[in-house]
Design a protein around this ligand. Structure first.
Ligand code: ATP
Length: 402
């Protein structure tokens, strides 16, 4: 099923007040934005709405304020950065109530093409519970609602879902459209062979992803910490490696499922081991590489080995679509980042459509300098995972179909 949502291209916003839910949840250190990728990613939609003569009212959450307004979670720094990037004034409607007197006044004074940024939506306690009256207050500011916060689309909050109970005209922005196109097409309509690569710490975090991707892909590659539960399920000794004993049967089931569906399930054939987890995580560590069936009982597997790097790279080579989520090892440590780098490189070298599913793997790809070699790097870790699980994201479901 391909999603076919109303997009900003289908709207006529001239003179209209447009509320846009963005994902401006940027990392801040001492009030300074350390990475503005999320702001840059929101620009195409904002510029389009400005050019079309809309009155552009932006909203977003930032961080996790627990008890209402807190200065350190203010969106003020985002307004400054956004203003620089747009080359035009962004009026910051600083308002503890988010939709209080300041916000209402700022909106009332807008001309066509003006931009106002509201304060952090999570300053309102209703936001994460999707409760009134915040949803209707947000809606009261605007004629049209545009959802462009993919990173928050897996949450039904006032600003991602509830607000649409009160605004008839809804659309997705360009960022949402791009995420839906790439992730949706990869999962529902992939050009084959379709190779999915999963890593990261725990099997338990990705139970539904593993199961769903097995049905959709041709080859499922499993690396990272989660691989050792699979190896143990095959009867192998995994020493001190990360294992979830309660998921052994699940892993057996998945291996049977792969067999039954005729899908290839690739697990590490060798692994980089050490006497224990690095402490500090990026500190020096003595490692050796052993075959996956020769992990000594007193050693811990912390990365895929060289033969596995080659095996995984080979599988990627013939692919036409690759989706990757989760690092192959403890990539925070340079000695244990080799597997993750090798996979990133294999993806960079292929002419397949390559999609990075957010979170740690996205950070790794960007940090390693491979970002511009990938077809798409998702801006939403949790949201992209839920998408890969085959779930319907509330922030997408509420937007009108074409
Ligand atoms: P996100 O959940 O943010 O999308 P992710 O899905 O990319 O991230 P996680 O499941 O959070 O990945 O796991 C990433 C963590 O897994 C990293 O911190 C890494 O150090 C750790 N990890 C990878 N391999 C191993 C291993 N063999 N043993 C222990 N930890 C590991």
């Amino acid at each position: 099923m391909k999603l076919n949502k109303v997009t900003v291209d289908d709207l006529n916003v001239k003179g209209k007040k447009v509320l846009v839910r963005c994902d401006f949840n940027v990392p801040l250190k001492d009030g300074v934005i350390t990475n503005d990728n999320r702001i840059t990613a929101a620009l195409p939609t904002i510029k389009k709405l400005i050019a079309d003569g809309g009155k552009v009212i932006l909203c977003s959450h930032l961080g996790k304020p627990k008890n209402g307004p807190e200065e350190k979670f203010s969106l003020a720094p985002v307004a400054v950065r956004l203003s620089e990037l747009l080359g035009k004034e962004v009026v910051f409607a600083n308002d503890d109530e988010v939709v209080g007197e300041n916000a209402k006044k700022a909106v009332a004074e807008m001309n066509d093409g003006d931009v106002v940024l509201l304060q952090n939506t999570r300053f309102r306690k209703e936001e994460t519970k999707n409760l009134e009256p915040f949803s209707s207050e947000l809606a009261s500011l605007a004629d049209v609602f545009v959802m462009d916060a993919f990173g928050s689309a897996h949450r039904a909050h006032c600003s991602t879902a509830g607000v649409t109970d009160h605004i008839k005209d809804t659309a997705v922005g360009y960022l949402m459209q791009k995420e839906i196109d790439y992730l949706g097409n990869a999962v529902e309509n992939p050009v084959r062979p379709f190779v999915a690569i999963l890593g990261g710490a725990k099997v338990a975090d990705k139970l539904n992803v593993i199961s769903n991707l097995l049905e959709k892909c041709d080859t499922l590659i499993i690396g990272g910490g989660m691989a050792y539960t699979f190896l143990k399920a095959q009867g192998k000794e995994v020493g001190l490696s990360l294992v979830d004993d309660s998921k052994i049967d699940y892993c057996k089931e998945m291996m049977e499922k792969a067999e039954k569906l005729g899908k290839k399930l690739l697990l590490p054939i060798d692994t980089t081991i050490a006497a224990g987890f690095p402490d500090p995580i990026d500190g020096p560590i003595d490692v050796q590489v052993v075959d996956a069936d020769s992990i000594p009982a007193d050693m811990e597997g912390l990365d895929i080995g060289v033969k596995t790097q080659e095996l995984f790279a080979e599988a990627v080579k013939s692919a036409k679509t690759v989706v990757w989520n989760g690092p192959m090892g403890v990539f925070e440590n340079p000695t244990l980042a080799k597997g993750t780098i090798a996979v990133a490189k294999a993806l960079a070298d292929t002419d397949a459509t390559t999609i990075i599913g957010g979170g740690d793997s996205a950070a790794a790809v960007i940090q390693l300098g491979f970002a511009d070699k990938m077809s798409h790097i998702s801006t939403g870790g949790g949201a992209s995972l839920e998408y890969l699980e085959g779930k319907t994201l509330p922030g997408i479901a509420v937007i009108a179909d074409k």
